[in-house]
Design a protein. Structure first.
Length: 90
């Protein structure tokens, strides 16, 4: 049951993060109110790294910012390692 809830959480947080990247890109094109980079990173850090990576390249958004080009994949890799550890040892 805990595993199912965790998987559901990951699915939801990654969808939300993906949507946030798309929404920010749309607002950037229209020169509207933007989602702060700190918010994008927050959702990435709490489990949305895959959604961030897909959103970043899917929407071609933040692909010129080194902190995103390097940071998002590093966070994704660390989260994969953490999940692997949790599955193996818990």
């Amino acid at each position: 049951m805990k595993t199912q809830l965790f998987i559901l959480y990951l699915i939801i947080i990654n969808i939300v993060t993906f949507v946030l990247f798309g929404l920010d890109k749309s607002r950037a094109k229209r020169r509207g109110w933007r989602i702060p980079e700190a918010t994008l990173f927050f959702f990435t850090l709490i489990g949305g790294s895959l959604g961030a990576e897909i959103g970043m390249y899917g929407f071609h958004h933040k692909t010129q910012h080194p902190q995103f080009i390097i940071g998002i994949p590093v966070i994704l890799l660390l989260q994969i390692i953490l999940i692997f550890f949790l599955v193996q040892y818990l």
